[in-house]
Design a protein around this ligand. Structure first.
Ligand code: GTR
Length: 421
């Protein structure tokens, strides 16, 4: 019980935006900074051709591995297998098919595994349906009230609110949780737009608390070394394994798979998209510090704060930049640049100051030169656009009214983006 209270308290402290004086919410207090140039090799030479960029891309990926997210120690595990479990062909009044596929990483039945929920339109266009692959925070069963969706038995984050509403009992989901996050998942809208939605619960891969990597996939791959993946790296790896499955489904347009995540899962989507070039569109929804926001601005959440509140998210090597962002060999615009020439979508919410909306815009903008070398256009504007006024080309950006959340407005823009791929 005491441990539970302690855990809840730690979670609360970690989640509440900090109000202490050291948090900057004032543009005038942002320090002057110089961003590392995505087009300049570590030896000082400059990228001028697409071929040069290939080499610089590898160098930059290595820097993000070594200093931020950690190396991903394993690609597709030997013996990984897909187990189809559910198939409902008349979902949403016959408009869609709902499938569940269990992706087993180890040899046995007991886990670890990832349960992939896949909802596809029944009218599949030639070439397959453009597909959103989305990580979710609270279990596949929370995306839609259908009782056909397997109730997750993985560890669940039990925030006080969720316990009070009966959605989580201790640290497991309850039946009551079905459909509890529908506001973030306009399933029918996606189906009506002719797109498919694939989603998995991030806790299947690595439960989101600092336990020294004793659970999730770490039970088979072992404890990470200091320069190896933290939870963000592990979740991103899970997204690539889900993509491995999507590649086997002819109803999916392999050239139009978007990876989507919100908040910590937005950081994850960016890191997954930076590494795995099968994702044609990478969507960061309100990802903030360690995601789309520039670290050197010090605005809102900072590196020291995130490493303290969530010591398991990044590689251990990232702590050397606590209170020392200027020493980072990279900044987050370069993470977006790693997505080039594919499409990147960075979305902010104006009230989400903790995530530094302006810093998110600037990172999107400063990825632009890399897109240009590759013959593409970035955000196409110099200044952060006004509210609810999306901008961009191969790098897209909007800041919408409202709070840290995922809304229909956000999804409408993502649908538009996936359709122009
Ligand atoms: C906050 C954290 C943010 C963001 C958010 C979330 O507590 O400080 O970086 O990731 O959690 O994922 O909900």
């Amino acid at each position: 019980m005491f441990a539970r209270i302690l855990l809840s308290l730690t979670f609360l402290m970690a989640t509440l935006p900090c109000s202490s004086q050291d948090v900057i919410y004032d543009e005038a207090k942002v320090p002057t900074y110089t961003l590392p140039d995505p087009l300049r090799f570590e030896d000082g030479t400059l990228v001028t051709t697409p071929a040069d960029w290939g080499k610089r891309r590898a160098e930059l990926l290595g820097l993000f591995e070594d200093h931020v997210y950690g190396k991903t120690p394993i690609a597709r595990p030997e013996g990984m297998r897909f187990e189809p479990r559910t198939k409902i062909t008349d979902f949403l009044d016959g408009k869609a098919t709902l499938e569940e596929i269990r992706i087993h990483f180890g040899k046995g039945e007991g886990g670890p595994y990832l349960d992939l929920l896949l909802i596809k339109p029944n009218r599949i266009p030639e070439g397959g349906a453009p597909t959103f692959l989305a990580l979710n925070f609270a279990g596949n069963h929370t995306l839609h009230p259908s009782t056909e969706i397997t109730l997750s038995t993985s560890w669940m984050r039990s925030g006080a609110d969720d316990i009070e509403q009966g959605l989580v009992d201790d640290d497991r989901a309850t039946e009551k949780a079905r459909g509890s996050r529908v506001s973030r998942w306009p399933v029918e809208k996606l189906i009506d737009a002719g797109t498919a939605l694939a989603s998995f619960y991030y806790g299947d891969i690595d439960p989101d608390f600092d336990d020294g990597f004793e659970n999730g996939i770490h039970t088979i791959f072992g404890k990470p070394k200091p320069d190896e993946w933290g939870s963000i790296g592990a979740w991103a790896w899970g997204a690539s394994r889900a993509m491995d499955y999507l590649e086997t489904d002819e109803a999916i347009d392999q050239k139009r798979v978007a990876i989507f995540g919100h908040s910590r899962l937005g950081k994850t989507a960016l890191w997954a998209g930076a590494q795995d070039e099968r994702f044609a569109l990478v969507i960061s929804n309100n990802s903030g510090c360690g995601g789309a926001a520039l670290s050197r601005r010090h605005f809102g959440e900072r590196v020291a704060r995130i490493n303290t509140a969530f010591p398991h998210w990044f590689a251990d090597t990232f702590v050397q930049y606590n209170e020392n962002e200027a020493a980072l060999p990279v900044d987050q615009h370069q993470l977006i640049a790693l997505i080039a020439p594919r499409m990147a979508y960075v979305a902010s919410a104006v009230e989400d100051e903790w995530a530094d909306p302006k810093g998110e815009f600037l990172a999107a903008k400063h990825a632009g030169p890399v897109y240009e070398v590759l013959g593409k256009k970035g955000v196409g504007v110099d200044d952060q656009p006004g509210l609810n006024s999306p901008v961009g080309n191969s790098v897209r950006y909007h800041v919408r009214t409202g709070k840290h959340d995922v809304t229909d407005y956000d999804w409408e823009q993502y649908i538009r983006a996936i359709k122009v791929l």
